[in-house]
Design a protein around this ligand. Structure first.
Ligand code: NAD
Length: 284
């Protein structure tokens, strides 16, 4: 049985992680959060030790044989939490974006060498069956593809007051939300040549990305697309059109468990995401 500890237990994404740990028959030994609205844990891991103080949490984790510390804190805290977890003798599972600054990625590789522990990432979209098939098809062709991405994913008023809308904390809309499809584009269509932003507001960004094997036009928006006169009826409309084929991004929310299984096999190491981490530094 694997032992886990988790940072950011009271947040949105932590619940998906707790469910995965439970489904994998792991044990959540300890958790940290600034907030204590974490009662949901009682029905799943009633013995989980809960901390509000970071130093106490890491003192507990140290030498306790924790296989993975899972990091679900706000993105700007990831680097510090990864560093402290590795130094405490645990491997790491970190939510996207693993880090916001490229220098931090390089520091993590050094810390991994020093501690002999590893940092793995959640980028669940890479596990979508349709996207895996597309990657295989594209790898067999040498032509250039035309791609069009519309990523409308509504967020209410709260978002504008949250750390997610604070550039230094989340990296902004492109790093926090568009990261999912930028990672897929780099993964499938190869290296970045150039990226151009053609329109930008707090809630919507549009641009073109030039890659080794594709030119992709994209729009990412958290506006209520029902209110916009653009023919789109749903608040959530996330599609990628390649040549004339349409791929829907909407089902990828259920892929965390598959991502965990890959990590346990030793896949999804942070170095597999170096291209997207480099791109994030440009997008910030
Ligand atoms: N893979 C995905 O599809 C996906 C989806 C949502 C979020 N995420 C990522 O997960 C991370 C968390 O996002 P979220 O939506 O759960 O955010 P959230 O704001 O809902 O949760 C963050 C939690 O961290 C806690 N926290 C804040 N500062 C802390 C600190 N110093 N120490 C410990 N805990 C602290 C908060 O109290 C909160 O409970 C982000 O990096 C985000 O990008 C990934």
């Amino acid at each position: 049985m694997k032992n886990f500890a988790l940072i950011g237990l009271a947040g949105f994404v932590a619940k998906k992680h707790v469910k995965c740990i439970n489904q994998l028959k792991g044990n959540l030994v300890a958790a940290l959060d600034k907030h204590d609205n974490v009662g949901f844990i009682d029905s799943i891991f009633p013995k989980c030790n809960f901390f509000k103080n970071e130093s106490n949490f890491f003192s507990y984790v140290k030498n306790r044989n924790i296989d993975y510390v899972v990091i679900c804190s706000p993105s700007y805290l990831h680097f510090n939490h990864i560093k402290r977890s590795l130094l405490s003798g645990s491997n790491v599972i970190v939510e996207k974006p693993p880090v916001i600054k490229f220098e931090d990625y390089k520091k993590i590789l050094k810390l991994e060498k020093k501690t002999k522990k590893k940092c793995f990432c959640i980028f669940q979209l890479r596990l979508d069956k349709k996207l895996k098939k597309l990657k295989k098809d594209i790898s067999q062709k040498n032509k250039n593809h035309n791609v069009n991405i519309k990523y409308f994913t509504y967020r209410g008023n709260w978002y504008f007051k949250s750390w997610k809308n604070t550039k230094n904390h989340s990296g902004g809309l492109l790093v926090n939300i568009a990261i999912h499809f930028f990672d897929i584009l780099l993964w499938i269509f190869g290296d970045l040549k150039k990226i151009k932003i053609t329109r930008k507001s707090e809630s919507r960004v549009e641009g073109i990305i030039f890659l080794e094997k594709a030119i992709a036009k994209w729009i990412v928006s958290i506006e209520d697309s029902n209110n916009k006169n653009n023919g789109i009826k749903s608040k959530y409309y996330r599609i990628m059109k390649i040549n004339k084929k349409i791929i829907n991004f909407d089902k990828f929310n259920d892929l965390h468990l598959t991502n965990y299984k890959e990590i346990i096999k030793g896949n999804f190491h942070i170095s597999e995401f170096v291209k997207i981490i480099k791109l994030l530094s440009v997008l910030k």
